[in-house]
Design a protein around this ligand. Structure first.
Ligand code: GDP
Length: 459
């Protein structure tokens, strides 16, 4: 497989830390000529004579010209991230110095790395499987504790271990079934059908759990979209601001000032909530307001969760019920929130809307905002973010798992109908293909290039 990929024999270089000014910047090289190239710039020691996993301080020079005083970390193959010789040069964090160093390294034979090329090499050298490599990309992109945990779990092989087990068992069964084909005249059965049933049943269970986890996985990776809806002046913008503790949305006493939708991101216990403030639900003749109302209907449908906010002082119970019907038509997942309880008091509010499952708050004075945050979490993950469990966060894996599920159903149907081994074998092969597709055991260069191109350069 290695031979097919273009440029894999080059020694590659890239800045591994973010661009811009920092205390230090790390430049990474990987490939056969890594040590040879850096040696030409590093007169103080012969790095080829040094042990792996050691660090070395000295000047980096292009001929007589000093580029920087640096720290070199040396990782000799195969014990490195990529499995090749790797050097990380920690230089001073000025973009000018970093560019000069990288430029000089290319002058001495290194090539600029493509996005994800370091991780791609790690994959090709068998250091990581494809799900682990993809998890590296997720980890870099992760911006909450929950998404970081899931990515780390997958880097450690959480996801692939489950799939590999299934695949291995299926492979052994398919071998037995294929063996039966060789003896087809004799009408023998090497593969114990009842055990095979068990295996298929177990595989179906695992697959369907993984497929179900995608929803939670998506939540962890991409966040939960929450539409805050309600009549003008209910306090939507105030609530948004209270939740975010900042004043980005416009707050005003004049009904209908939040004309457009605004999206803000909130992190509660490691889960991202994308809050959408929408114009109030109200029949309106004002052109801009109408667009706002349409948008708010649309946002309600698209949102994972709807917060219906109302003013406990202004709203009657009948009005609340009518509004609730509208909300329920758009989205089944909602929370009812009665705002401004500071005015009539909590008890009066509870009496007025008894039995409606309303959460009472005062957005302006932050009353019960903590309870609201907890309800948000409960609503989305039913109180359990099991980030230690295997969770599918990747759309590519999800699509392949759907195919796995289909082929498992076909195998099961085949067994039910006593299909001959050769037909079963076809479905098993299809199932194996898609399982292997996820972990990268079956793959092709185009697909790999596509997957790794989504990484940032230097990874
Ligand atoms: P929106 O139109 O739904 O976005 O409502 P706003 O957030 O603009 O709020 C409308 C008015 O209600 C403003 O004058 C807010 O200060 C006021 N308001 C919001 N929350 C509360 C609250 O908890 N208590 C009281 N007394 N007033 C509030």
């Amino acid at each position: 497989m290695l031979g097919k990929l273009s440029g894999w024999e080059d020694t590659i270089v890239a800045l591994a830390t973010p661009h811009g000014i920092g205390a230090i910047g790390v430049i990474r090289l990987s490939g056969e000529k890594t040590i040879e190239i850096v040696n030409q710039l590093f007169p103080s020691k012969d790095l080829s004579q040094q042990k792996s996993h050691t660090i070395h301080v000295g000047f980096l020079k292009d001929g007589d010209k000093v580029l920087d005083e640096v720290v070199i970390s040396l990782f000799k193959n195969p014990k490195s991230y990529t499995g090749e010789d790797v050097i990380e040069i920690s230089c001073h964090g000025s973009p000018f110095i970093q560019e000069q160093v990288i430029h000089t390294l290319t002058k001495y034979g290194a090539r600029l790395a493509k996005p994800g090329e370091f991780t791609q090499r790690a994959f090709l050298k068998g250091k990581l499987d494809l799900t682990q490599a993809e998890a590296v990309a997720d980890l870099i992109a992760s911006n909450t504790e929950a998404s970081q945990k899931t990515a780390l779990h997958n880097i450690r092989g959480g996801f692939s271990t489950v799939l590999k087990e299934l695949r291995d068992q299926l492979i052994s069964f398919s071998a037995l079934i294929e063996l039966e084909l060789d003896f087809s005249q004799e009408d023998v059965e090497f593969a114990d059908r009842s055990k095979f049933y068990e295996l298929i049943h177990r595989s179906q269970k695992v697959t369907s759990e993984l497929l179900q986890s995608f929803q939670l996985g998506n939540v962890i990776k991409n966040g939960v979209s929450v539409a805050i809806v309600g009549k003008p002046n209910a306090g939507k913008s105030t609530l948004l601001n209270t939740l975010l503790n900042e004043n980005r949305a416009i707050v005003s006493d004049i009904a209908g000032t939040t004309r457009d939708t605004i999206e803000e991101v909130l992190n509660i216990n490691g889960i991202l909530f994308r809050l959408i403030d929408t114009a109030g639900i109200r029949k309106s003749t004002d052109a801009i307001e109408v667009i706002g109302v349409e948008k708010s209907m649309e946002k309600m449908q698209q949102a994972d969760l709807v917060l219906y906010l109302f003013d406990v002082n202004a709203e009657s119970q009948t009005e609340l019920e009518t509004a609730l019907q509208q909300v329920q038509q758009q989205n089944k997942n909602y929370l009812l929130i009665g705002n401004k309880v500071d005015v009539i008091g909590e008890e009066a509010a509870q009496q007025k809307f008894s039995g409606d499952g309303v959460l009472f708050i005062a957005a302006k004075s932050h009353r019960h905002i903590d309870v609201l945050k907890q309800r948000l979490i409960d609503k989305v993950v039913q109180g359990t973010v099991q980030t230690e469990n295997t969770i599918v966060t990747n759309a590519r894996h999800y699509a392949a798992l759907q195919e796995v599920e289909k082929s498992l159903n076909d195998i099961k149907g085949g067994l039910d109908n006593n299909l001959p081994g050769d037909l079963l074998a076809l479905d098993i092969r299809r199932c194996l293909h898609f399982l292997g597709d996820i972990t990268g055991e079956i793959t092709n260069e185009d697909r790999l290039d596509y997957i790794f191109s989504k990484f940032c350069i230097g990874k």
